[in-house]
Design a protein around this ligand. Structure first.
Ligand SMILES: CC(C)(COP(=O)(O)OP(=O)(O)OC[C@H]1O[C@@H](n2cnc3c(N)ncnc32)[C@H](O)[C@@H]1OP(=O)(O)O)[C@@H](O)C(=O)NCCC(=O)NCCS
Length: 160
C-alpha cells in the first residue's frame, strides 16, 4: 500500500484542477500580473470545479504549472474579429491563463500543458486555439508550438 509520501512522489503528469489551494503557491517570472493569472484560474475552479477547464501539471507530486481554457463564446478578449471571416466562434477556444512556476520554466512544462489541451479540444471538435500574450516576450514560446500572431498580443493556432 502506498504511503502518503510515496503517493506524492507518484503524482506526475497533467490532471484537472478541482482545488485552487496549490495554485497560489506557484511563483512566476517577472511579467507582473501574478494575481491576474492566479485569480483567473482560481475563479474558474471555484465556479466550475471539474468543468473549469483548468489543468495542473505535476512533477514529483508538486504542482509546477497550470492552464485554463475557455470557449470563445464565454470570454471576449477580442477588439477585432477572429481573423478569418468564416471561422465559427463555437469552434474556437481561448487559453485564459497559463503559468509555470519560475523555478521550473524552460523544461517543457508550458508546452506540455498546451499540447495536452489541444488534444482534448480536437476531440471536442474545436478548430482554433487563441491566446492573449500578456507580454510581448512570450511570442517565441507560442511560435514554437505553432501559433502565429493575429494582431497585437493575440496569437492563434489552427488545431484541426
Ligand atoms: C510562458 C510560460 C508558461 C512558459 O512555460 P515554460 O514551461 O517555461 O515553457 P517551455 O519550457 O515549454 O518552453 C520554453 C520556450 O518558450 C520560450 N519562453 C518561455 N518563457 C519565456 C519568457 N519568459 N520569455 C521568452 N521566451 C520564453 C522560450 O523560447 C523557451 O525555449 P527555451 O527553453 O529553449 O529557451 C512561463 O514562462 C510562464 O509561466 N510565464 C509567466 C506567466 C505568463 O506570462 N503566462 C502567459 C500569459 S497567460
Amino acid at each position: 500500500m502506498l504511503t502518503i509520501l510515496d503517493r506524492a512522489w507518484a503524482v506526475e503528469g497533467i490532471m484537472p484542477l478541482t482545488t485552487y489551494k496549490d495554485i497560489k503557491n506557484l511563483s512566476y517570472i517577472d511579467v507582473g500580473n501574478k494575481y491576474y493569472l492566479v485569480e483567473h484560474i482560481q475563479d474558474y475552479i471555484r465556479k466550475y470545479r471539474e468543468n473549469s477547464g483548468a489543468y495542473g501539471i505535476y512533477s514529483h507530486g508538486k504542482l509546477v504549472g497550470a492552464i485554463s481554457v475557455t470557449d470563445y463564446t464565454t470570454m471576449s478578449i477580442f477588439d477585432k474579429p477572429l481573423g478569418v471571416d468564416y471561422i465559427n466562434p463555437v469552434e474556437c477556444s481561448i487559453i485564459q491563463s497559463i503559468v509555470v512556476d519560475r523555478k521550473y520554466t524552460h523544461k517543457g512544462y508550458g508546452t506540455k500543458l498546451i499540447l495536452y489541451i489541444i488534444d482534448k479540444l480536437i476531440k471536442q471538435g474545436k478548430k482554433w486555439l487563441y491566446a492573449d500574450m500578456i507580454d510581448e516576450r512570450l511570442l517565441p514560446f507560442y511560435e514554437k508550438i505553432g501559433f502565429y500572431r493575429l494582431y497585437n498580443n493575440i496569437v492563434v493556432k489552427h488545431i484541426a
